[in-house]
Ligand binder design. Structure first.
Ligand SMILES: NC(=O)c1ccc[n+]([C@@H]2O[C@H](COP(=O)([O-])OP(=O)(O)OC[C@H]3O[C@@H](n4cnc5c(N)ncnc54)[C@H](OP(=O)(O)O)[C@@H]3O)[C@@H](O)[C@H]2O)c1
Length: 334
């Protein structure tokens, strides 16, 4: 098969397609002919050599944490998938390829309401957002959350999932265009952090009481404000550290206001934990995926332009997800 292989780390130009051996499936795996692979920030970090795949190290390093495609073979112990089925899957890597082997518990059948690009852009962002809102922060109906970087892949998934569950969202973004777009996804209030203080906005929105949870991707620069805007007993879920990792911590604030700070990383979790999350998501969310809930596709790139797609993500302009089409059927219809 052909795949985008990281033979060396570096800029977007290192993403090159070449021949590699076909994956061999185990008894509990399915072989998927990939149609579309979602691009994630982590792929950019991996390309730069800052985010190695979890052990065991693969023989060739192929990026891609999520994909959708057609089942072309099933292992002898797989009973719930059959050849020809459309599936989406969470991957530890390997999505930027014509074929990928997937443990069957990491996949679900794609609903008829999703096209290839949407299906391939769902797993990583939506599972991360689902886990952060419900498993980590334990949010429910009527509670309030701040979602940072809300126009990004994970952020826009979190806004939609929160709205679907009746959780009230104040979102932050870096441009006016993003603000309008995130509002259309269901955020009650959107703050452009270049024009206004999100801490002041939360103060006003909650009458000074603070929010139940914050989903953060920025890290160090937001640490103090994040702690300040949480109500006593609130939870900060740290999903990314795009703005930096080092900061001073006022322990008294955590203690006195009974705050929970929770870091999360999906890829490095034990396989069984990821499978459990996938199964829960498959039961509760997959049946609801469609025009009203699901990844919004900003752009689909033909996979020979994987470098261009990474450059595009680096510009921070995307509204929702960027996708690689591995087969022509995943390209948007003209
Ligand atoms: N922990 C996990 O399991 C997990 C899983 C998936 C993703 N992540 C992490 O979540 C973050 C978002 O991923 P994504 O795929 O949703 O990315 P994305 O679609 O590229 O969105 C990222 C957005 O973050 C905002 N941002 C704020 N501060 C930034 C900074 N200093 N540098 C760059 N961007 C900044 C930008 O939007 P504005 O213009 O609005 O600022 C940017 O467009 C990444 O850090 C990723 O590694 C973690």
């Amino acid at each position: 098969m052909r795949a985008v292989v990281l033979d060396r780390y570096g800029g977007p130009e290192v993403l090159q397609i070449r021949e590699v051996p076909d994956p061999v499936i185990g008894p509990d795996e399915i072989l998927v002919a990939v149609e579309a692979a979602g691009i994630n920030r982590a792929d950019l970090h991996q390309r730069e050599g800052r985010y190695p795949p979890p052990p065991p190290a693969p023989p060739v390093e192929i990026p891609g944490l999520e994909c959708a495609g057609t089942v072309v073979a099933t292992g002898p112990r797989v009973t719930e998938f059959r050849v020809g089925q459309r599936v989406a899957a969470l991957l530890p890597g390997g999505g930027y390829a014509e074929l990928v082997a997937v443990p069957h518990r990491m996949a679900w059948e794609v609903p008829a309401t999703q096209n290839w690009a949407e299906a391939g852009a769902t797993p990583e962002a939506f599972l991360t957002a689902y886990d952060a809102l419900f498993d980590k922060a334990g949010l429910g109906l009527g509670q309030r959350v701040v979602v940072h970087a809300a126009a990004g892949g994970v952020g826009s998934a979190a806004v939609q999932l929160a709205r679907a569950a009746g959780i009230r969202v104040l979102a932050t973004v870096g441009t006016r265009a993003k603000a309008e777009w995130v509002k259309s996804l269901g955020a009650e209030l959107v703050v452009n952090y270049r024009e206004a203080s999100f801490a002041d906005a939360v103060q006003e929105w909650t009458g000074g009481r603070g929010v139940d949870a914050v989903l953060d991707f920025v890290g160090a620069p937001y640490w103090q404000a994040n702690c300040q805007i949480l109500k006593p007993g609130g939870t900060l879920v740290l999903i990314g550290t795009l703005g930096g990792t080092e900061t001073a911590v006022a322990l008294g604030q955590l203690l006195g206001r009974r705050l929970t700070v929770c870091g999360t990383a999906l890829r490095s979790r034990p396989v069984e934990a990821k499978m459990t999350l996938v199964q829960t998501f498959r039961e509760r969310v997959v049946p609801l995926l469609g025009p009203g809930l699901g990844p919004r596709i900003d752009r689909v790139f033909w996979w020979e332009e994987a470098g261009e797609a990474h450059r595009y993500m680096e510009q921070n302009q995307n509204l929702g997800k960027i996708v690689l089409a591995i087969r022509p059927s995943a390209l948007p219809r003209p």
